[in-house]
Ligand binder design. Structure first.
Ligand code: URA
Length: 209
């Protein structure tokens, strides 16, 4: 699992315990997902390129570092990805945001794209695909296939909780994609919910059922 990064920082684990708790309110759930998204960005962006810049401090001049290299595009998978994308965007505010929506065809059980909108220069950007749950992996695989079709080739996948089945499916389909997760859970149940998981991430983020 060399391209899988489990971010088990104590702060992330602490917040994840509340995110998983069914007693956590919608408001707190949204805030916590936002915060964990922010904490995860720290590690996800560890290898971004820097360049030297001359800066004048109130005391003297110095050579400091600023981000250079390829610009970033966030792609939340609708709808639960929206809730997690906000935290990520706070730390990378200049990132563009594409969106992709997929539904599961009841007959073929395949993920089918129903909405996609990306920045015109997507092929020149590093992509962070965001979805809190990596369950069967079908949506993630399809979303990344759709993004690659538009010319992007440096793609990372960021989620809160993954099932081993989802990780395996994503690795099989897109072995070049690094996967960043806050927790690797046990398995899927018969309805493809992650066990122990957190329930339905979209419903818990938006207070629906
Ligand atoms: N999507 C969710 O929101 N929860 C799961 O457990 C699996 C997929």
């Amino acid at each position: 699992m060399s391209n899988v990064h489990v971010m088990d920082h104590p702060l992330i684990q602490h917040k994840m315990s509340y995110i998983r708790d069914k007693k956590t309110s919608t408001k707190d759930f949204r805030e916590l997902v936002d915060e964990v998204g922010m904490l995860m960005v720290y590690e996800v962006t560890r290898n971004l390129q820097l360049e030297d810049v001359e800066v004048e401090t109130p005391i003297t001049t110095m050579t400091a570092k600023r981000l250079s290299g390829k610009k970033i595009c966030l792609v939340p998978i609708l709808r639960a990805g929206l809730g997690m994308q906000e935290g990520v965007h706070k730390l990378i505010p200049a990132a563009r945001v594409g969106h992709i929506g997929l539904y599961r065809d009841p007959e073929t059980l395949q993920a089918v794209e129903y909405y996609a909108k990306f920045p015109a220069d997507i092929e020149d950007r590093d992509i962070l695909v965001i979805d809190p749950m990596l369950a069967t992996g079908a949506s993630a695989v399809e979303a990344i296939t759709a993004i690659k079709k538009r010319g992007a080739n440096k793609i990372r996948f960021v989620c809160l909780i993954a099932a081993p089945e989802g990780v395996e499916a994503l690795q099989k389909a897109h072995s070049d994609v690094d996967i960043y997760i806050a927790a690797l859970d046990e398995k899927l149940d018969e309805k493809s919910y992650i066990i122990p998981g957190l329930g339905d991430a979209g419903d818990r983020l938006f207070g629906t059922r």
